[in-house]
Design a protein around this ligand. Structure first.
Ligand SMILES: [Mn+2]
Length: 314
């Protein structure tokens, strides 16, 4: 972290990036860090691939979001992003920057950087950003606290996932002391469901199948199903958990046809299957109990191949 602090202190213009389909940890970490960089007098911009999802539009710091005009940055900080493909169309901002920093908690991180900080024990990148802000001697303001709280609470599923640690709670306790409206945030990110998401859930349930004596749940959404309900990117969030939460299930696989003939796969495990390992067989990655991959094969082949790999580890 010392190296990262030095690189930050040396730079004037800073770009902050996070992964495509940015979630609570991605956006909360980015905006939280952007406020801290502004406090240090830096010229800071956040570049996103897509518009901010409705469930996260309460996050302060959206004034930092800029449109990329092709300029080169002194420093680019990449957050919560395990590899270059997850930067989408913004990969050049990172590769063209004079200096780079990557801060992430994914076990499968393959990024290269002048300052590389990977901590697999961190429940969220937001935890790491919190520790960085402390190391920079910056006061945690309410705006920073709302962002980092959202980052940690979303990546731990409301402190319910096994990645939750005493450290997550200690950091969150400090954040809550900054008057964070936590009940409203929890309601917004976990309990509020859009009508289009409800329609997708109905379709996903119709497509649900069980395998290996109920140990594996598989579901999917096809491109036309998704188009027909005018789905938002965050409408898919959590659909994989429907299978994971079924009694007796160890692994849940959820596939969605993101663009015609390209499937985005999500894998979740409950107790013992390492889905990061499974996802890596299909050039994906993630965490032990939550991972993802992409497939350009057709639906049935994709399901068959993943099931064959799951069978080996069950
Ligand atoms: Mn994360």
């Amino acid at each position: 972290m010392e190296n990262i602090v030095d690189i930050i202190l040396d730079a004037e213009q800073i770009a902050i990036l996070t992964h495509t389909s940015a979630d609570g940890d991605a956006l909360g970490s980015s905006f939280g860090l952007a406020f801290a960089m502004e406090y240090l007098g830096k010229n800071v911009s956040v570049f996103l691939e897509e518009p901010i999802p409705k469930s996260l539009d309460f996050l302060p710091g959206q004034q930092f979001v800029s449109e990329y005009k092709g300029n080169k940055f002194e420093l680019c900080i990449c957050l919560d992003t395990s590899d270059m493909t997850r930067l989408g169309k913004r990969a050049d901002i990172y590769s063209c920057a004079q200096k780079t920093i990557t801060i992430d908690h994914h076990t499968t991180n393959t990024m290269q950087a002048d300052g590389l900080w990977i901590d697999q024990r961190a429940s969220a990148t937001g935890e790491m950003v919190y520790n960085l802000i402390k190391a920079l001697n910056i006061e945690v303001t309410r705006d920073i606290a709302i962002n980092l709280y959202t980052a940690i609470v979303t990546d731990t599923g409301g402190f319910r996932y096994s990645n939750t640690t005493p450290e997550s709670h200690i950091i969150t306790a400090d954040l809550l002391s900054k008057d964070v409206p936590f009940a409203e945030i929890i309601k917004r990110v976990f309990d509020t469901v859009s009508y289009s998401k409800l329609l997708l859930l109905r379709k996903a349930l119709q497509n649900l199948t069980m395998h290996f004596n109920g140990k594996v749940a598989v579901s999917y959404l096809l491109y036309d199903d998704i188009k027909s309900v005018d789905a938002q990117t965050d409408d898919f969030e959590g659909l994989v958990n429907v299978g994971r939460n079924l009694e007796g299930v160890e692994v849940s696989l959820f596939l969605r046809e993101e663009t015609k003939h390209i499937f985005k796969g999500s894998l979740r495990a409950n107790e013992y299957v390492d889905v990061a390992q499974l996802a890596s067989i299909f050039s994906g990655g993630g965490h032990k109990r939550a991972a993802g991959f992409s497939s350009e094969d057709n639906l049935q082949n994709t399901i068959d191949k993943v099931l064959a790999e799951i069978e080996k580890v069950l």
